[in-house]
Design a protein around this ligand. Sequence first.
Ligand code: SAM
Length: 348
Amino acid sequence: MKCKELIEKLNNEKVLTKEEFTFLLSSYTKEDMDFAAKIAREICDSIYGKDIYLRGLIEVSSYCKNDCYYCGIRASNKNAQRYRLTNDEILECCEEGYALGFKTFVLQGGEDMHFTCDVVCDIVREIKKRYPECAVTLSLGEKPYEEYKAYKQAGADRYLLRHETASEKHYSLLHPEKMLLSERKRCLRDLKSLGFQTGAGMMVGAPYQTAENLAEDMLYLHDLKPQMVGIGPFIPHKDTPFRDMQRGSFELTVFLLSLVRIMLPDVLLPATTALGTIHPKGREIGVLAGANVIMPNLSPLSVRKKYMLYEGKICTGDESAQSVISVKEKMESIGYRVSFARGDYKGI
Ligand code: SAM
C-alpha cells in the first residue's frame, strides 16, 4: 500500500499495524504530509472549530532528581541554574495569567523533592479557591498512586506525563537504569483511572529512535487513548551526554501531529515550544497540521532562562502579555483565533 492509502486507512480504521506505521513513517513525502495535514485539520475544525486553546505554563522548579540523558535540567548537570518558585510566586504568575484571560494554569517542573504531596496539594487548592473556573494541569513527573489521588482530591484537573518512548530498549538508551518504562506506563494508567485528563507523548528524533519505535509510540497512544498528546522534536543541550546528537526532524514532528490527530480525533494536541524553537513558523505549521493548543510561558522573567531543557528555547525573554499578543497575531495570520476558554477534552 502507498503512503496516501495508509493515511486514508488510518482515517477510516483509526489504527494501522506496526509494519504499516513503520512503512508510513519512513517513506512519506511532502505530498503525503500535506494530504495528512488536510485531513487532520478538517477533523480538528469539525470538533474544536477555529479555536486554539491557550494554556499558561508556569515552570515551577529546575531542580530534578532524575538524570534523563537528553534533558538540560538533569541532576548531573552541574552547569544548570537551579531555582524553585515559592507558592506566592506561583500565585503571582496565576494572577498575571488570569488578568490576561488564561483559564488553564500548567504547573510543570523537574522532580523536585521540595514539592512534597502536601506542598503541591496546598498550591492546587489555593489556585482553585482563587480561580474556581480555571483548570489546573500538573506536570511534575512520576508519583505513587496515592499522591496522584491527593492531587485530584485537591482539585487538579489534568496531568501531563510524556511516556517519551514506548519501546523498552529505546527507553533504556535515553534513561539511567533505575528509570523504567513500566513505571512511566503505570503512572499514566493511574492518572487515567483517577479521572485526570491525561497527556502522554514522545520526543521526535530522540537519539537512537527508529521508525519502528515511533510506530510503537503510535500503537501505545492508540491503546492508552490519552486526552492530550505532547509531541515535540528532540533538541540537544550542550551540558548533556546527547550534546552532539542531531536534533529531531521538523517535518517528521509535523507529520506525526497529523497522524495523531487522525488516529485520536478529539485529542488536545499542542503545537509545542520545541517545534517553535526549531522553525520560525513552527507553531503555525503545527496548528495547520492538526494541533489545537499553545502554551505561552507565564513563568517570571527572572527564571525563564534557567528552565533550559534544550538549546535556543524561544520566548525566554518575552513578557507574558507580549507572548499572548504574538501568539494571537500568529494564529490570526493563518485564519485561527486564540481561545481563553478552559478547553476541556471534548471526547468521551
Ligand atoms: N518532570 C516532568 C516529567 O518528567 O514529565 C516534567 C518536566 S520534563 C523536563 C518535560 C518534558 O521535556 C519531557 O517530558 C521531555 O519530553 C521534554 N524534554 C526534555 N529534554 C528535552 C530536549 N532536550 N529536547 C526536547 N524535549 C525535551
